[in-house]
Design a binder for this molecule. Structure first.
Ligand code: M6R
Length: 606
């Protein structure tokens, strides 16, 4: 996610804004900019690249003034470039924004028809034009214009707005993107994340969804979109700056695990169309209904692909193969016209996936990237891109990018299913409705995962772990084992539960923790039989089970509960306890959770 800062008071605004943006650098960004007001005149500087590039611009053109807003952008709509960097200007208005304007295409078309000219590819620019449009209708407070504009916006936002018609104030608003106010003596700070403020104040107000705030140096007025005043309590932050970067969590990985409901919501945002029982990939349709889908990926993204096979085959009834990119590229693969090749990669830079998708494209396949990083190499190479909007993932072990990939694959499955004619309206409607409930179920599941420390302590000295699952739980068994290996350095294997009796059963004794993913639904009875086989050999069973399952306790020593979901969507929930288990074991063993040994966040070598 992008970083936002704002300031009004007696200090030099650029100095406060740049300090704040520097505090948010750890999150990653591709461009930066500031807008500062002085004597009723607004000046904007922005550019692609690091803050040092913006600093160089500021060294050439000083921006005097005690009121301003700033931004570090992590691209979502439109590639990283000078034009797409925030702030975005329309008439006397400049805006910085985090989040996604879902209806930006419709708004842009309406505004263009009304004579507005756009200078960026961003969804944000529509907000600047909407505020400008509201102000142009007649004199009014800036906050009123912002409310009129935001009333037309669907999606998520944290915005800060300045206008040179209102030289002493700026306005911020929040919906599903964080925003915090820092209140000093005769000065007010705003930031998307607390670390940007801590140097100046520890007295903060965390804004809630729907809040709009008119900010002057000596006055903060919080209201709702209808202008009704709201009172929010001040809090004193006691976190250190390092803790604040992680929103109070001890590690980025834990923070990112808890960000998953938001990440999945953002990936689904605007793409599910319950009114027409459909899903859209973006502005452009796929050129044809594929005869076959081939998914290429590595590591965790490969596991997402394995779940994708279930989603695509059962909704679209189109054959789907999933290949390790590192194998595909060296195999003289049979692929070509009529195939849709989907490259999944959170970083978009993985060398094997990039080479594999180039190979497929060269052989005439249509290619689609599912990536988290806008304008990354894989996104650029593919014919189409479906961006997951998980926000920057800092922990090397992928968590929120994985569940966002699953959400993107569900969107793709519905989209292709509808176009293949094989997904009936009623089934599409049911899947869409279930998907829309998933973020809330993820939150409930995460809240229910207590006692992880004690569980980790029991197994901190285990030499091996076995993870078992059937159907859509099999890829999750693989992912659970990978997570544990990556960060705790304990050897772990994921296995299809039905395969256990064909070999791994020989390993089972009282020293082997066996994690069995056993949600209610398809395959449940068979998994219970596998559980019984493990128990009969004294294995220590940790079951991942559906809340309300009364039978499971008899088969296992420990239970990690998840909320109920249909078989196709269970992975979005069942992976959560496995991520938490890996995290807890790694912490108990004193591993470097966020930077595990020998691993890199993007693997750009073969
Ligand atoms: O960036 P990608 O999704 O292409 O990365 C693929 C793998 O390198 C990655 O998933 C790796 O397995 C992670 N460390 C998993 O946590």
């Amino acid at each position: 996610m992008c970083g936002i800062v704002g300031y009004v008071g007696t200090r030099v605004a650029t100095s406060v804004l740049m300090n704040g943006l520097r505090r948010l650098e750890y999150r990653g960004y591709d461009s930066a900019g500031v807008a500062v007001l002085s004597g009723g005149k607004m000046q904007i500087l922005r550019c692609r690249g690091k803050l040092s590039a913006l600093e160089a611009l500021l060294a050439e053109t000083a921006l005097p003034g005690n009121l301003g807003i700033g931004h570090t952008r992590w691209a979502t709509h439109g590639r990283p470039s000078d034009e797409n960097a925030h702030p975005h200007k329309a008439g006397p208005v400049a805006v910085v924004h985090n989040g996604i304007v879902e209806n930006h295409v419709a708004l842009r078309e309406r505004l263009q028809a009304a004579g507005c000219t756009f200078s960026s590819q961003t969804d944000t620019e529509v907000i600047a034009h909407l505020v400008d449009e509201a102000l142009a209708k007649g004199p009014k407070p800036l906050v009123t214009a912002v409310c009129e504009a935001l009333a037309q916006v669907e999606g998520s936002y944290a915005v800060a707005v300045v206008s040179d018609l209102h030289p002493d104030e700026f306005v911020v608003a929040k919906l599903a993107s964080p925003l915090v106010l820092g209140v000093g003596e005769g000065e007010v700070f705003v930031a998307s994340d607390a670390p940007a403020l801590l140097e100046y104040t520890r007295e903060v107000i965390f804004l809630e969804d729907g809040d709009v705030v008119a900010i002057r140096a000596d006055q903060v007025e919080i209201m709702d979109l209808a202008g009704k005043p709201i009172v929010r309590a001040k809090k004193t932050i006691t976190w250190t700056a390092a803790q604040a970067e992680k929103a109070g969590y001890p590690h980025f990985m834990l923070k990112e695990i808890h960000e998953q409901p938001r990440a999945v919501s953002d990936t689904l945002r605007g793409r599910l169309l319950p009114d027409t029982n459909d899903a859209v990939l973006g502005d452009e349709e796929l050129p044809e209904v594929p005869k076959r889908v081939v998914i290429l990926a590595c590591g965790t993204s490969y596991h997402a692909g394995l779940v994708g096979k279930f989603l695509i085959e059962s909704t679209a009834r189109i054959p789907c193969e999933v290949d390790l990119a590192s194998e595909f590229r060296y195999r003289d693969p049979v692929v070509g016209p009529g195939d849709l090749v989907v490259a999944i990669s959170q970083s978009g830079e993985t060398a094997d996936t990039l080479a594999a998708v180039k190979e497929a494209k060269g052989r005439g396949a249509t290619t689609l990237a599912i990536c988290n990083v806008v304008d990354s190499a894989i996104a650029r190479v593919c014919h189409r891109v479906l961006y997951t909007h998980a926000g920057p993932e800092i922990g090397v072990a992928s968590t929120k990018c994985f569940t966002a990939q699953l959400a993107a694959l569900a969107v793709l499955a519905i989209h292709v299913g509808k176009r293949s004619g094989n997904l009936k309206d009623a089934d599409a409607a049911a899947l869409i409705s279930e998907l829309m409930h998933i973020p809330a179920k993820m939150t409930e599941t995460l809240q229910g995962l207590t006692g992880m420390k004690e569980l980790a302590r029991k197994h901190v000295h285990a030499r091996d772990f076995l993870f078992l699952g059937r159907g859509t739980s099999y890829p999750i068994a693989l992912e659970g084992a990978l997570k544990l290996k990556e960060i705790s350095y304990i050897h772990a294997e994921g296995y299809a539960a039905g395969e256990m009796k064909h070999g791994p059963i020989a390993l089972i004794d009282d020293g082997l923790p066996v994690v069995v993913i056993a949600p209610l639904g398809k395959g449940y009875d068979k998994v219970l039989s596998n559980l019984a086989e493990v128990r009969a050999r004294e294995g220590h069973v940790i079951a991942v089970a559906t809340v309300g399952d009364k039978a499971i306790a008899e088969y296992c020593q420990d239970i990690l509960w998840v909320q109920d979901a249909p078989h196709l969507l269970q992975p979005l929930l069942t992976v959560l306890p496995l991520q938490m288990l890996a995290y807890a074991v790694a912490v108990a063993r004193g591993s470097d959770v966020d930077q595990p040994r020998n691993l890199a966040k993007s693997v750009t070598v073969e």
